[in-house]
Design a binder for this molecule. Structure first.
Ligand SMILES: [Zn+2]
Length: 400
């Protein structure tokens, strides 16, 4: 049985690292994230785990065994002014699940590794899922040279943490792993609405990030008649609304323009240039969604006599999670009395990397309220304890 008081006490301890009230600002690859890793190490090392950090600052705590390992964990970093549960709860529950098996002297055949992935949020360097991408050999070349606003590169940040500065050296063979499990807060309202504490993730959406630049012509806002304009912001506005319309018209799709900049940016000048972000996600036909939006960008730009260029920043395919592991998680959640529904994750997760590398991968969602990436995000200790117990049951089934 998991120890609920221990779980609650440690959740409090962890939330105080770079935390203020219910807000947590524990950025990836920072000294704060490192302190959080040290705290997790201090829990598992006395239980006989071999603790190591890899070249991307991922933390692994391994209980020895035979054959391929069962890997279980999540991330310890947060967005600036984020909450206490996103990522952290998955590491806390993984630790608790493993310790409960040690406490109960359960004989496990396989090695068990608890992992805390580094810099999942990508808040500082713009590279989300950084640590898990590195560990599964999926980093784009030259990522170590990416810099934050102060000019510090990822390689510099890693060296400041005592690593050598080459995150690609974190690559490990996915064949060493029998399975990967991750528990995470849902970050959305579906479990709350359904009145169920736990869910099983069936798939993680495909994600496309791009920067779109519209080049029109800056002109005098009084002297330029309406028919003679090439207004970059008006074109961008039409595209923003088209993104909304297209995403609404397709199944399981969302589209967001979350950043926009206008140049030159004066009230009496027709906007000459507009740069905005695109975030397109879909569980089904993600490629079709991206294609339809990009075709529409071209069509609107042509019709308005402006030029559009699209800079692709990231494209992660939709990932369906392993059906056998889903069955294991179904039994594990049933055994704690929960009839867990299957859900598609609209947020990206570290679990995508092992899944895309062929490791049988599963995720448990814990009901959360108050949104996510905000100090209001919340999961109750009751729900977290159920999740940790289900995780322990799943680990036991996979490792014995
Ligand atoms: Zn997360």
């Amino acid at each position: 049985m998991i120890d609920r008081e221990r779980l609650e006490r440690r959740a409090g301890e962890l939330s105080r690292i770079a935390g203020r009230g219910t807000a947590v600002s524990r950025l990836g690859l920072s000294a704060d994230e490192q302190r959080a890793r040290e705290l997790v190490s201090s829990w598992l090392a006395p239980r006989g785990a071999q603790v190591r950090r890899d070249a991307a600052a991922n933390l692994f705590a391994r209980l020895p065994g035979e054959g391929e390992a069962v890997l279980v964990g999540s991330h310890l970093d947060s967005v600036p002014e984020g909450g206490r549960f996103d990522g952290a709860l998955g590491v806390l529950c993984a630790v608790e699940a493993v310790e409960s098996l040690v406490d109960a002297k359960v004989k496990l055949r396989r090695p068990i590794e608890v992992v805390a992935w580094a810099d999942e949020e990508g808040a500082r360097f713009g590279v989300g899922l950084f640590g898990s991408t590195a560990a599964f050999g999926r980093l784009a070349r030259g990522v170590g040279d990416r810099r934050d606003r102060d000019g510090t590169s990822i390689a510099d940040a890693l060296r400041a943490l005592g690593e050598r500065g080459d995150p690609s050296a974190a690559r490990r063979d996915p064949k060493e792993l029998a399975a990967y499990l991750e528990l995470h807060i849902e970050q959305g309202p579906r479990l709350e609405t359904a009145g169920v504490p736990l869910g099983i993730v069936s798939a993680i959406v495909g994600i496309y990030h791009a920067r779109v630049s519209i080049h029109g012509r800056a002109d005098h806002a009084g002297a330029t008649v309406m028919t003679a304009r090439a207004d970059a912001l008006a074109a961008a506005s039409e595209i923003v609304l088209a993104v909304e319309r297209i995403a609404r018209s397709r199944l399981d799709s969302v589209g967001t323009v979350g950043e926009i900049a206008v140049r030159p940016g004066a009230k009496n000048v027709v906007p000459g240039e507009c740069v905005f972000s695109l975030d397109l996600r879909a569980a089904r036909d993600h490629d079709g969604l991206v294609r339809e939006v990009l075709d529409t960008v071209t069509r609107i730009a042509d019709a308005r006599g402006v030029e559009a260029s699209v800079d692709d920043l990231a494209r992660v395919p939709a990932t369906s999670l392993d059906s056998k592991i889903r069955e294991v998680l179904r039994r594990a959640t049933k055994s704690v009395g929960v009839d867990a529904p299957e859900l598609v994750s609209g947020a990206g997760h570290d679990a995508q990397n092992p899944a895309l590398s062929g490791v049988p991968t599963g995720m448990i969602f814990v009901r959360s309220t108050g949104g996510s990436h905000t100090p209001r995000e919340f999961a109750s200790i009751d729900d977290a304890a159920l999740g940790a117990q289900a995780l322990a049951n799943a680990i036991k089934e996979l490792a014995t």
